[in-house]
Design a protein around this ligand. Structure first.
Ligand code: ATP
Ligand code: MG
Length: 329
């Protein structure tokens, strides 16, 4: 359900660029999103659409080559991008937790797991054995004595989820927190994460490729394409009647939705890599419904069927995907 109270998180028209030598990649190109207290928002989109950049930006965790020439990010009314380093550190410590896409890479290779957890949770009295037990880690006493290179990616993900939730953050940003887990453990970890979040009123941004999981656990879906949120609505509305042609294509390509011999489509073409202001809608080359204005006029946010959509010709038009591939199913 969309929260009507003042939002915990406001991301407003943000541009973020990575510079590597003379090259510039624009990862966010006017991205906007708000989330209220206790909301769970699933952020979906193909690889490269900007999900991780949005999460890193919100936690003010972008690498040094990144810059934000435009936009603002407010957490609890505080402007994250303008905070001095000490206030930024406090915000991260007290209000926000981040589960990275690569949890092993985020761990310090020189410290045992137990020591890292104690450091991460120094302000929170926690029984570490019980904590790891909660995320189904067998023999937690032994795991606490291991170094990061001695544990699997799946175990590191569970450690990262458990640590993040133990800190009782107001905002949890979870970047593919279960990608390396088998389906049964994934289900258990997601259940734990979203049950705790619901009990505590934690706002969750789940950056994910798992549309089925998002449909199950998140009240809202934000679809990203080319560094912008192109559709943002309640999960029920978006799944029942996607308004942006990209959302429709994404749903048509989702294996979980192509049951019992239904044709499963891959989205034709490739996602854009942006370097500067594009003239029109960046989905145009892949969109079967594109008209003249799509090539020349950049879409602005508009409300369609009760949700925000960035498209000149939303809904209504049947989605025809260029060069669809039929997958074996
Ligand atoms: P995935 O689903 O693969 O995790 P994503 O939606 O999280 O993708 P991002 O990782 O945010 O996408 O990447 C957005 C764009 O920014 C891509 O073009 C990517 O190549 C580029 N990018 C991301 N991180 C960096 C970096 N550290 N340096 C340079 N370019 C980067
Ligand atoms: Mg990512």
């Amino acid at each position: 359900m969309t929260a009507k109270t003042s939002p915990l998180l406001v991301i407003d028209d943000v541009v973020t660029e990575y510079r590597t030598g003379p090259d510039v990649v624009r990862a966010l190109d006017g991205a906007s999103l708000t989330a209220g207290p206790g909301e769970s928002v699933g952020i979906v989109g193909e690889s490269g659409s900007g999900k991780s950049t949005l999460g890193l930006l919100t936690g003010r965790l972008l690498p040094s080559g990144a810059r934000c020439p435009r936009g603002r990010v407010l957490v609890d009314g505080e402007s994250v991008l303008d905070l001095p380093p000490d206030r930024r550190a406090r915000l991260r410590r007290e209000r926000l937790a981040y589960v990275p896409q690569d949890p092993i890479g985020a761990l310090d290779p020189t410290l045992r797991i137990g020591r890292q957890l104690r450091l991460a949770l120094r302000d929170t009295p926690v029984d570490l054995v019980a904590l790891l037990d909660q995320v189904r880690i067998r023999d937690p006493e032994h795991v606490l004595r291991l170094y990061p290179h001695q544990i699997s990616g799946g175990m590191a993900q569970r450690v990262a989820v458990a640590t993040a939730m133990a800190r009782k953050p107001a905002l949890l940003i979870a970047d593919e927190p279960t990608a390396a887990l088998d389906s049964q453990v994934r289900e258990e970890v997601l259940r734990l994460l979203f049950t705790l979040a619901a009990e505590r009123g934690t706002t969750v941004l789940w950056l994910s490729h798992d549309l089925g999981g998002v449909a199950r656990w998140c009240g809202r879906i934000a679809v990203m394409y080319g560094g912008r949120v192109v559709e943002d609505g309640t999960t029920a509305d978006v799944l029942a009647a996607p308004q942006h042609p990209y959302t429709a294509a994404l749903l048509a390509a989702d294996p979980a939705r192509a049951k019992g011999g239904t044709r499963l489509l891959a989205i034709g073409g490739t996602p854009p890599v942006l370097t500067e202001d594009p003239p029109g809608c960046v989905f145009t080359p892949r969109c079967g419904s594109a008209a003249g204005d799509c090539r020349t006029v950049r879409p602005s946010p508009r409300t369609v069927a009760g949700r925000a959509v960035l498209c000149h010709h939303p809904g209504g038009t049947p989605v025809t995907l260029p060069a669809p591939k039929e997958n074996a199913r």
